[in-house]
Structures are given as C-alpha cells and as structure tokens.
Design a protein around this ligand. Structure first.
Ligand SMILES: *[C@@H]1O[C@H](CO)[C@@H](O)[C@H](O)[C@H]1NC(C)=O
Ligand SMILES: *[C@@H]1O[C@H](CO)[C@@H](O)[C@H](O)[C@H]1NC(C)=O
Length: 172
C-alpha cells in the first residue's frame, strides 16, 4: 500500500518534470504539409525584419540559418539575435471577413488571447488553443518567400496553389 502510494506520487512528479523541462526548451520550427503545395514541406522558420523590433515569420530550407524559439508556458517566444535582452513574442493578427490572417513578432510576452495560446500537441506539434485559431497556413506572399499565416474560425479554407496547410513541428 505504502509502496503503491509512493510509486503513484513518483510518476506524477516525473510527468510534471517532463512538462517543466519542455517549458523554455529551445527548438527550431519545421513545416510538415498536410494539404496543398508540397514545396512548402520540411522548411525552417526564420524572422523577416519588418520594422523596429517587429518581424514576420518566413520559411527557407537551411536549418542552420533558422531562428530558435521556445514556449514560455503559452507564450511563443523567439530568440531574436538582433537585440538581446528583449523578449519577442509571436502574435496572431485577426483579419476581418477573411479565411486567414497574418502574424506579427513584436517585443513582449504576447498580447492577451492572440499571443497567449500556444501549446505542444501530440509530442512536438505546436498548436494554438485560442478559440479563433483553426490551423497554420504557409503561402508565397508579400515578401515573395513562404510566409506564415493562421486560418480563422468560421471560414472554409480553400487551399490555393501558392499555399499549403501545415503542421509546425518543434525540432530540438
Ligand atoms: C546556411 O546558413 C548558414 C548560417 O547562416 C550559412 O553559413 C550557410 O552558408 C548556409 N547554407 C546554405 C547552403 O546556404
Ligand atoms: C516568461 O514570461 C513571463 C511573463 O509572462 C516573464 O516574466 C518571464 O521572464 C519569461 N521567461 C523567459 C525565460 O522569457
């Protein structure tokens, strides 16, 4: 009896420490196409400078050049080498009457709702538990390179040839 209680407690402690270890652990982000253009498969995420402290997430095929990121609980933080000592958070940007919207990386710990829902799922997939988020989309877009978007609830997404629905996989 005593032994059973001890084992249960030990298992609970082990499970918690695995979660704790994952928090703040650095990874690089790789795409896995689930629907659409296969050329977007296996690409690595980096940050595309768009202004003072802001960036868009884009993808290329060089793992070494990819940026590192980590989850701080439900905040998605990038290790931005430009300015150290400043946290950079990934935030969704809602697009009215649209099937998908952009994201922005900006200084801070993530805005309420749009920057506070990121979690691991099925091991190393990164998803957003925010209720308006339904998935990740990568498209050749205004930077003329593959760029990250999110699909919004309420829209039936038709995957056009310049896009693919993807999973984002955390690779350590
Ligand atoms: C990949 O990125 C690294 C680091 O920026 C660079 O040194 C290397 O030349 C790149 N490789 C290719 C094939 O572009
Ligand atoms: C995690 O986020 C909190 C704010 O939510 C912040 O105070 C803390 O410094 C962050 N930790 C790291 C390692 O960025």
């Amino acid at each position: 009896m005593r032994f059973t209680v001890f084992v249960t407690a030990a298992l609970a402690a082990f499970t918690m420490s695995v979660e704790a270890l994952r928090n703040l652990q650095k990874f690089k982000v790789q795409t896995e196409v689930i629907e659409g253009n296969q050329k977007f498969d296996g690409l690595w995420a980096s940050l595309y400078h768009t202004g003072a402290g802001t960036a868009d997430v884009y993808f290329h095929n060089n793992r070494t050049a990819a940026f590192s990121a980590f989850l701080n609980h439900t905040q998605f933080q990038w290790v931005y080498t430009g300015v150290s000592q400043i946290p950079y958070a990934l935030n969704l940007q809602y697009q009215t009457y649209a099937a998908w919207g952009p994201l922005e990386v900006s200084p801070g710990y993530g805005s309420d709702y749009y920057g506070k829902g990121f979690v691991f799922k099925n091991g190393n997939q990164i998803v957003d538990k925010f209720e308006e988020w339904t998935g990740w989309l990568v498209c050749d877009w205004w930077h003329q390179v593959p760029q990250l978007f999110w699909t919004q609830i309420g829209a039936k997404v038709k995957v056009i040839p310049s896009c693919a629905k993807v999973q984002l996989i955390a690779r350590t």
